[in-house]
Design a protein around this ligand. Structure first.
Ligand code: HEC
Length: 129
């Protein structure tokens, strides 16, 4: 994880709070974390709570799921609708070999929107547009 993570205070506090509850999740690919907009910080916290166990704390992927900070998930290939659909209905394994993504009914559509803002800002910081 990049040192720049330490500039993002809110996200870091949430991260550390969660890390105390659960072991740290190692990212499969290195991710540079930019200064996040307030909405993206909210989305980042929701991402940690709902998506990180498979997609990594900042979207770098784990042994359970793929990195979302990846060219496959650039906005032109997986638009915002793909995120809303994945959260509501899950996703059948097709790009990777991690198995299916289960639906995440605990996350509201408005929350997914903030998660999308988070993912897009981190994608841009890593040259994925
Ligand atoms: C239990 C593990 C797990 C969790 C939790 C999880 N995902 Fe996934 N997700 C996966 C896997 C595995 C795939 C890859 C499926 C494939 O092979 O293409 C995936 C794929 C995706 C995709 C791509 C869907 C497509 O159309 O190809 C998006 C977007 C996504 N996840 C977003 C999220 C978001 C946002 C959250 C949190 C709200 C989340 N995921 C939580 C495992 C998970």
């Amino acid at each position: 994880m990049s040192m720049r993570l330490f500039g993002v205070r809110t996200l870091v506090l949430a991260t550390f709070a969660l890390m105390q509850a659960a072991p740290a999740i190692a990212e499969a690919v290195p991710v540079k974390l930019p200064e996040l907009s307030p909405e993206a910080q909210t989305g980042g916290q929701l991402f940690i709570q709902n998506c990180a166990q498979c997609h990594g704390m900042v979207g770098g992927g784990t042994n359970n799921g793929p990195p979302l900070i990846h060219k496959i998930y650039e906005p032109n290939h997986h638009g915002d609708f793909a995120f809303l659909r994945a959260a509501r209905y899950g996703a059948k394994a097709h790009h990777w070999r991690f198995g299916n993504m289960p639906p995440q009914p605990q996350v509201t559509e408005a929350e997914v929107q903030t998660i999308i803002t988070f993912v897009r800002e981190v994608q841009r910081a890593n040259g994925i547009e």
